[in-house]
Design a protein around this ligand. Sequence first.
Ligand code: AMP
Length: 338
Amino acid sequence: MQLNFPHLPEVTSVFSQFALHERLLKAVAELNFVEPTPVQAAAIPLALQGRDLRVTAQTGSGKTAAFVLPLLNRLVDLRERRVEIRALILLPTRELAQQTLKQVQLFSQFTYIKSGLVTGGEDFKEQAAMLRKVPDVLIGTPGRLLEQLNAGNLDLSHVQVLILDEADRMLDMGFAEDMERLCKECENRQQTLLFSATTGGAALRDMIGKVLKDPEHLMLNSVSQLAEGTRQQIITADHDKQKEQIVQWLLANETFDKAIIFTKTRHLADRNYGHLVAKDVKAFVLHGEKDQKDRKLALERFKQGSSKVLVASDVASRGMDIDGLDLVINFDMPRSGD
Ligand code: AMP
């Protein structure tokens, strides 16, 4: 694969060549990760050196391991555990936060490092109780983290590493102020890594200027690279009603195992879902207004294959990692080419 990153080593074949602790390498082997992905090959050595990084890479590129492994490596030899929060990972959505927690737990399974999750849609008091036990690594979404902070339940002053994942999307979702506040709370941090799927606009540049120190920029994707092996088609339509008919035609005539229909709004997601159900198509709908339990259930069922179609507002569903997804319909123009 042709990469945009000029310093990428030509052959980075195995994880053991990274200066990672043996307990982490054991977890990597347990997970059957053999070859690092390009983003891992580029980011892990620099992150291990303690550099601030700005990484442009998509979900599916292996970016989670690219920041989780160096982060855990920093904490693996800590003598005192669960005294202070040492690392904070900020993400835009609950689903992404849950997925990331899972990866952190898998990579830290042979260490004493404990992680915790703070997102909306979960019990506030239970979270506060979890925070009293002080996880080494905290993963969460900005809104609820701020609420816990304002309630006096969260001390971020000992955070050594701060990760902003899907930073462009967090900004799109209006989290700029919350992100800044949380970054300020991590004032004693030694390293910040910022990941975004797109190169972003002025808001992202502004955030980068505020939170990163002399960062290296790793560009790991481009539109053309992502399009390899994917057949892309633009279908023009005059209005939403016609689009809905086209969606139904596509679902009836394309061959696929799993399809996602992205819409720009919750309302359109619900409408499309209604039309599909009326046509006896087994589908689920996912958006921010859904109860957290329903969202989890919809995603699980879709992943397991008990429904073939998921209708989702793009905010609710970005960054999901779903095997076997082979048809994506953007009901509205996607926000960016990436
Ligand atoms: P991510 O982009 O971090 O969401 O990762 C996408 C998927 O790729 C996840 O299911 C990871 O478990 C998997 N993955 C990441 N890195 C590797 C690797 N080096 N080898 C095999 N699988 C990987």
